[in-house]
Design a protein around this ligand. Structure first.
Ligand code: F3S
Length: 78
């Protein structure tokens, strides 16, 4: 399984990830990205559906500040 979360401390609210993978990423009131998938609430604990792996990886590769973290293990952040 794969898990993802956004390091908000380095996110610059560029807006790319939500456009690339809208089922996984959305933005908070400040425009900073966060994982909204299945109520994850940016904790990085919800296993992402395999159908979304390509979108998730594209978003990660496209983030200008490398703020999107992906792992085979749950993060349990926030
Ligand atoms: Fe932030 Fe990177 Fe998304 S800068 S808005 S996490 S593409």
């Amino acid at each position: 399984a794969k898990y993802t979360w956004v390091e908000k401390d380095t996110c610059i609210a560029c807006g790319a990830c939500g456009a690339t993978a809208p089922d996984i990423f959305d933005y908070d009131d400040e425009g900073l990205a966060e994982v909204i998938y299945e109520g994850d609430n940016n904790r990085g604990i919800m296993a992402i559906d395999e159908d979304l792996y390509d979108d998730m990886q594209d978003a990660c590769d496209g983030c200008p500040t490398d703020s999107i973290k992906i792992s085979d293990e749950p993060f349990n952040k926030n």
